[in-house]
Ligand binder design. Structure first.
Ligand SMILES: [Fe+2]
Ligand SMILES: [Fe+2]
Length: 256
């Protein structure tokens, strides 16, 4: 059993030092890895990232993150990434990482993702260049996620997790105003997960949403935005199955 701790939307500012540290200090008692689902800062400054870095440094478990839209706000996303990486946080954008957890290869594929909406109510690559670029960017994020998940499968990961900031499904947005769903996520992310397979999908961004959801292909989705989970982090237990590539490496398809 692999224990995945996850939280997003912690939105730490310069006055937040020490707020989460007491809860994170003992995380290795209950989890094998900590995933951070973006919006780690309020305005995306390198200084705020420094606060985040000190909260999650030296926890005794690997920490893997994607950035969120807030972490891009000051155009310092490269600096934010560098500050987090100095604290040994693996920051993913269109990439995957393999962790060795008690001899089990656990893969995490990460992208911030983007909006565009959900099946039947989504934007398309049509009309103005700005609209085309909006959807193309979302598609590039989703394509990178599928490639990363495929690579993790090929490298023999027994457990694969998709980590995004934007939501792959509308289920976990329940509670948000429906008018803003297209700005909260994209069905393209779920398509990527269903095509490649994943044991768990974790996202944030939707502060008023719902924790539990599922893709149409049966991938469990969890909205770990801190206001949603109402605690420092959630922990999900994933069974270890036969290594990827074997006949048993099929994501079970479950009815919603
Ligand atoms: Fe947020
Ligand atoms: Fe966000």
């Amino acid at each position: 059993m692999i224990r995945i701790a996850a939280v997003g939307d912690i939105h730490l500012g310069l006055d937040s030092a020490g707020v989460l540290r007491p809860a994170f200090e003992t995380i290795s008692d209950s989890a094998d890895v900590l995933l951070l689902a973006g919006d780690l800062t309020r305005h995306g400054t390198a200084a705020e990232a420094g606060v985040v870095a000190r909260e999650v440094a030296g926890l005794g478990v690997p920490v893997v993150a994607v950035l969120g839209n807030h972490d891009y706000h000051s155009d310092e996303q490269a600096e934010v990434t560098a500050v987090l990486e100095e604290a040994a946080v693996t920051v993913l954008e269109g990439a995957g990482t393999v962790l060795d957890i008690g001899g089990v290869r656990v893969g995490v594929a990460g992208t911030k993702g983007f909006g565009g909406g959900f099946a039947g109510r989504s934007g398309g690559e049509f009309g103005e260049p700005q609209m085309k670029e909006f959807i193309r960017y979302s598609r590039r994020c989703a394509d990178s996620l599928r490639r990363s998940l495929d690579e993790l499968k090929e490298s023999g990961c027994a457990v694969r997790v998709a980590l995004t900031h934007f939501a792959p499904v509308p289920d976990t947005l329940a509670g948000e105003p429906p008018e803003i769903f297209p700005f909260l996520g994209s069905y393209l992310l779920a398509e990527a997960m269903d095509r490649s397979g994943a044991d768990l999908a974790v996202h944030g961004h939707a502060h008023l949403g719902t924790e539990h959801g599922m893709t149409s292909g049966g991938v469990r989705v969890r909205n770990v935005a801190q206001p949603v989970i109402g605690r420092a982090f959630a922990v999900y237990h994933l069974p270890v199955r036969a290594a990827a590539g074997s006949a048993t490496d099929q994501v079970p398809v479950a009815a919603e």
